[in-house]
Design a protein around this ligand. Structure first.
Ligand SMILES: *Cc1c(COP(=O)(O)O)cnc(C)c1O
Length: 396
């Protein structure tokens, strides 16, 4: 997955353009910048990649989710439905706005179970956020139907799924607003960066202003710009955007490599009766950033996970036992360990987490191994790795 594995002359050239004129800021400094507008160019490039009208770059994937929600008017006391299996950023981005993350079970797609979503809807629910975890997707048609029925804003966190698609549409471009991350380990990396993607002009304008202190970006004089509303600083820098620009042009090449490597490993594991694979909704095409498979039970998965590590097969994650990606270990959220006071709305809104168990999610995550697919492996290395993985699973 990480695009940094293939950094080269293209990335270097784009960064040097920025260093040559010294303008690290994405706005203003028109005379100094010798025509280089890396962030703007990257936004235009991403509009083509995602086939959407608007892209607003921001400082990270976490800020992309928060800016997307803010731009759609989500705020204090609003409930946002999200899955139990995701990166911690999902609830952070919701809580930054004083809104309440409502976690619901996943199914064998490894993201939102539409039935669990329906059951979690209350009069306070304002948005439904699907997380396209590990390069694949949720039941997008069913989830959209729920949003229409209950008048919810549909948000897509596609931070891990750039290059995947559903019924021919790029993941991240299907919901009302989509979010991407280009952090240091994502398929397209620029160090730190993210994007808000939408066809909604109003959301886009809001994101554009909100991520830059509420500046309206009218005219060339930043000092003379007005502030239609409050904002903060979630800007990307020109240096980061420059790296992203070189990387995104290589996306088709990256996806091709991911698909080759994924297919070789999948083929080897599919011969093992104990192994099954995650469900990809009909019409969906993964980004192939990870190969996700299920083993018969928790004990089996723990043994495989340990044995893979012992045998030097890195980057195979058993998220059940990991601190970052699954509700089971998110004690800081369950215990609401905040540095500063949190509103009573959020405190009360999160009470449910103390007692709630997520048995259905457990049955999937306990048995799941997520094998990261790297870009730098040669075909020979992938075949050797696939064979070793198969041997390890069969030896348990
Ligand atoms: C990486 C990631 C984020 C956050 O992105 P950052 O750029 O690291 O802030 C959000 N959601 C998911 C699913 C991610 O994988």
């Amino acid at each position: 997955m990480p695009g940094f594995e293939l950094f080269g002359d293209l990335e270097r050239k784009e960064v040097n353009d920025v260093l040559d004129n010294g303008v690290l800021m994405r706005y203003g400094f028109d005379a100094m910048r010798k025509g280089h507008w890396k962030a703007k160019e990257l936004e235009a490039e991403l509009c083509k990649t995602f086939t959407t009208d608007y892209v607003q770059l921001v400082s990270s994937g976490t800020s992309a989710v928060s800016v997307a929600l803010a731009s759609a008017g989500i705020g204090a006391g609003d409930e946002v439905i999200m899955p139990t299996f995701t990166f911690v950023a999902s609830f952070e981005a919701i809580m930054m706005l004083g809104a309440i993350p409502v976690l619901v079970d996943i199914d064998d797609t490894l993201t939102l179970d539409p039935k669990a979503v329906e059951e979690a809807i209350t009069p306070k629910t304002k948005a439904l956020m699907v997380v396209q975890m590990c390069g694949s997707m949720g039941h997008m048609d069913a989830l959209r139907a729920i949003c229409i029925k209950h008048n919810l804003i549909f948000v897509e966190d596609a931070c891990q799924a750039i290059g995947g698609s559903y019924k021919g549409k790029p993941l991240g471009s299907i919901a009302d607003v989509g979010c991407f991350s280009f952090d240091f380990v994502k398929t397209i990396t620029c160090g730190e960066g993210g994007a808000v993607v939408t066809n909604n002009k109003n959301y886009y304008n809001n994101a554009d202003h909100y991520s830059d202190h509420g500046h309206d970006h009218v005219g060339n004089d930043r000092g003379a710009e007005s502030h239609p509303f409050l904002g903060y600083n979630f800007r990307i820098s020109e240096l980061n955007a420059a790296v992203g620009l070189a990387q995104v042009r290589r996306l088709p090449e990256f996806i091709k490599i991911q698909k080759r490597n994924y297919s070789i490993i999948r083929e080897a594991l599919s011969k093992i009766p104990e192994v099954t694979f995650r469900t990809v909704p009909e019409g969906g095409e993964e980004s192939y950033a990870f190969l996700n498979f299920f083993l018969p039970d928790l004990e089996f998965a723990r043994k495989v996970s340990q044995s893979l590590k012992d045998n030097g097969i890195d980057a195979c994650f058993h998220y059940y036992d990991n601190n970052w990606h699954y509700i089971r270990k998110w004690d800081h959220l369950k215990d609401l360990k905040s540095l500063y006071p949190i509103s009573n709305d959020v405190k009360e809104g999160l009470q449910y987490l103390k007692a709630k168990t997520f048995k259905q999610s457990d049955t999937y995550i306990a048995r799941n191994i997520s094998a990261l697919i790297k870009l730098s492996w040669t075909e020979e290395e992938v075949y050797a790795r696939a064979q070793k993985m198969a041997e390890i699973i069969q030896s348990i």
